[in-house]
Design a binder for this molecule. Structure first.
Ligand code: GA4
Length: 333
């Protein structure tokens, strides 16, 4: 195995291997999305973990495989070619640099907005296909995953006994929904002499600012979530399922009943990891506030803000920061 010396990948964040950080998460809540009665389990999973695995979904495997194969072709292209589709500011191709505030990781990615026209020509010419091929692969995948996300959000609303059940899903269905889609590729990371017993970080710890995030990966491990008890646990990959996370906006809309889950990705020494994540967000002008039916006579824990204000503030932060803290009301006690 190739062993690198530190200067080659200096500056990249690392994490110590500890039993807790590497223990596998066998208790990940698994929710059968085809059963209406799963709604109560979804609520429980969002309260306890802010995270669950959804099985028996209706996203066709061909739709997933089509996009996956185009993504593999793109990420296998020479770096000099891929760089022509960047930099990600924030949309486009990004390599190691995450966001605009100095975060880096052992990752390359394509980030795109689902409500604005994306320039597929650059990507298509790099892998030598018709731009329509890429556009339809992305659109078919995003439409299917968005539909599934809306169904999950409606089950969630029913589980919470909120009427109408589309309170959350209508925000994603809105034609102005400010959603984002990202393809992340984590190349295998060679062993590093000075860092033995430690892992390089692929994508540093963070919460997602949107309402809901839906992740699908290949069969390579790397994803970890932070439990309420402060332990990081690894989530075993499952390419046939989707992993759903509560975002900051859903935390606010439930007045803190659901917590957005902190997560990160560690690199793998042997295999590359490819993940596709849909981040379902509301329209920019949407007010993000606790739903009155979830207040139960309590006060809102958060100041009033729009998604545009939150997003702007979030994009000015470093990845690991607690972004919601600036929007919390100071308690009187
Ligand atoms: C985390 C969730 C999504 O991947 C993302 C990320 C965004 C980016 O990569 O540009 C951010 C990050 C994410 C939150 C804080 C800011 C913005 C990087 C960063 C340091 C696309 C998003 O919407 O917020």
């Amino acid at each position: 195995m190739m062993v690198l010396t530190k200067p080659a990948i200096e500056h990249l964040p690392i994490v110590k291997n500890s039993c807790k950080a590497t223990s596998f998460f066998n208790d990940v809540p698994v929710i059968d999305l085809s059963k209406p009665e799963s709604k109560n389990l979804i609520v429980k999973a969002c309260e306890e973990f802010g995270f669950f695995k959804g099985i028996n979904h209706d996203v066709p495997m061909e739709v997933i495989s089509k996009l996956e194969s185009e993504a593999i072709k793109f990420f296998s292209s020479p770096l000099s070619e891929k760089l022509k589709a960047g930099p990600a500011d924030p949309f486009g191709y990004g390599n190691k640099k995450i966001g605009q505030n100095g975060d880096i990781g052992w990752v390359e990615y394509i980030l795109l907005s689902t409500n604005s026209e994306f320039n597929y020509h650059k990507f298509a010419s790099i892998i030598g296909v018709n731009p329509e091929t890429i556009r339809s692969a992305v659109n078919d995948y995003v439409s299917a995953v968005k539909k599934m996300s809306c169904e999950i959000l409606e089950m969630l609303a029913e589980g919470l006994k909120i009427h109408p059940k589309n309170v959350f899903s209508k925000l994603l269905m809105d034609e102005k929904s400010d959603s984002v889609f990202r393809l992340n590729h984590y190349p295998p990371c060679p062993e590093i002499e000075e860092f033995s017993g430690k892992n390089l970080i692929g994508f540093g710890e963070h919460t997602d600012p949107q309402i809901i995030s839906v992740l699908r990966s290949n069969n390579t491990s790397g994803l970890q979530i932070l439990l309420k008890n402060g332990h990081w646990i690894s989530v075993p990959p499952d390419p046939t399922s989707f992993f759903i996370s509560v975002g900051d906006s859903l935390q606010v809309m439930t007045n803190g009943r659901f917590k957005s889950v902190k997560h990160r990705v560690l690199t793998n020494r042997v295999k590359s990891r490819l993940s596709m994540i849909y981040f379902g967000g509301p329209p920019l002008t949407e007010k993000i506030a606790p739903l009155p039916s979830l207040m139960e006579g309590k006060y809102s824990l958060y100041k009033e803000f729009t998604w545009c204000e939150y997003k702007k503030s979030a994009y000015d932060t470093r990845l690991a920061e607690n972004r919601l803290i600036h929007f919390e009301k100071i308690s009187a006690s």
